[in-house]
Design a protein around this ligand. Sequence first.
Ligand SMILES: Nc1ncnc2c1ncn2[C@@H]1O[C@H](COP(=O)(O)OP(=O)(O)OP(=O)(O)O)[C@@H](O)[C@H]1O
Length: 532
Amino acid sequence: MEQVSGKKFPLDAKDYELFEEVGEGVSATVYRALCIPLNEIVAIKVLDLEKCNSDLDDIRREVQTMILIDHPNLVRAHCSFPTGHNLWVVMPYMAGGSCLHIMKSSFSDGFEEPVIATLLREVLKALVYLHFHGHIHRDVKAGNILIDSDGAVKLADFGVSACMFDTGDRQRSRNTFVGTPCWMAPEVMQQLHGYDFKADIWSFGITALELAHGHAPFSKYPPMKVLLMTLQNAPPGLDYERDKRFSKSFKELVAACLVKDPKKRPTSEKLLKHHFFKHARSTDYLARTILDGLPPLGERFRMLKAKEADLLVQNKALYEDKDQLSQQEYIRGISAWNFNLEDLKNQAALIQDDAISNSEDSSVSGKHRDGQYDAGTLEGVSPGRSNHSNAAQQLEDGRNDIHVLENSLAAFPIKPLQALKGCFDVFEDDVDAGRRNWKNSVRPDTEQQRHLQASAKTEHQETGRDDGGSTGQSGSLPPPAISGHKFFSSGSLLQDNVQSPKKIVGDGDRYGHLHGPLCEFYFTTPEWSVYF
Ligand SMILES: Nc1ncnc2c1ncn2[C@@H]1O[C@H](COP(=O)(O)OP(=O)(O)OP(=O)(O)O)[C@@H](O)[C@H]1O
């Protein structure tokens, strides 16, 4: 039983009455509920443990984080316990819902600047706290900024999402993988040197654009394009012309966050002092301006789902288009796109130069300049390719793009690269020479993982390398970016090459010491059963 503010939240499902659904994620559904003994309205996130086939320790660690954190701008879990094959996480109920849902309901073109400044200031306070304690949120986005009825702002989904990104029914059943590419910092994609809390600053910058426009940059593109565009294009930003309604200080704030070199991004603490926040107001201003007149959360959620169903029917043909699929998922507020191997094949083959080099997205202010790539972009990428009409050439394009990805995404995303390798059959020295057919080339997940682990181990043994930076186009997938890092079979976002802002540890000292004070605590907490 967990005690928060002197209250004891029961650890038995029969002490709660579930009401309507108020949110949905990849493997979780969130309900408004009543805690009967306390007569208190709460939110309960119901995670299907059967869908979360990743390490239970990961889930325990993440839930523990939600319980341990103590900051007014972070959603703190009251308690969690298993019931059937589900895990229930009991949280304070945030009646306003997420900023994403509010935008989808009533502010489709984004919020006004004082609202954005107020929201971002509150989120930044949460990040200052997390970073100070050596933790990285890793999933900052409008969908995870929750608002209470009085306008209080809290950053949510603290890490539990990681397990849901890794796994899930759709992933297993369709050989798909999921991720959050739009908000993901380039160094997180590349994983060449690990990443640190500055990855949150990038996501924070993307979130600022999302709140300004009603959608994240590149959100209309399928994941493959998003990955390539993030790596190759100039960083997105507020456009001088198109975004006239926003102040210079807002443009500067966004530009400061969205620098490809993480070292050049400001810390959350420094960012909080940015003059943009002079535009921020009190939180009850939020209640008055963006919550006033909104239907109750459950009703809004129901309407959003109905809208999604309508779109599915209306755009049945379009829905076959994967850009539309991404949009559908975005509308639902789910951060993770999923796609299968056939999708990957088609997407990569369809990526054309115009999609990569010249974003139609209004959020992208910087464009390629005569085939020049800005600092931090890829080397060896052909900037100009003509549109090819024949299938063979398209396939060749797709192959080139996969080479680009293979070169640039040293260890991320492990599953997609594995999938792509089989999918495109572009790896001449593939250890498994039998995989020459796209459809037959993909082994079941578990076998893929065995192969991944084996190849990582072999390469490590052979080379003795400690940077793991296999960026070449070898037949086996590159090993993890840093030696000694825990090889999550699930591809969890909580990786051991994440560097603590406080403690950058040496090789060989990584395991179990990487996540700063909060996480170090997790390793010493009592058994799983105490929390479940
Ligand atoms: N405490 C809460 N109070 C009210 N609504 C909530 C609460 N927690 C979550 N929600 C709603 O449920 C949605 C899904 O929750 P959450 O983001 O935790 O799930 P998820 O599976 O991690 O989602 P994602 O797909 O972003 O990973 C949120 O976007 C929000 O709208």
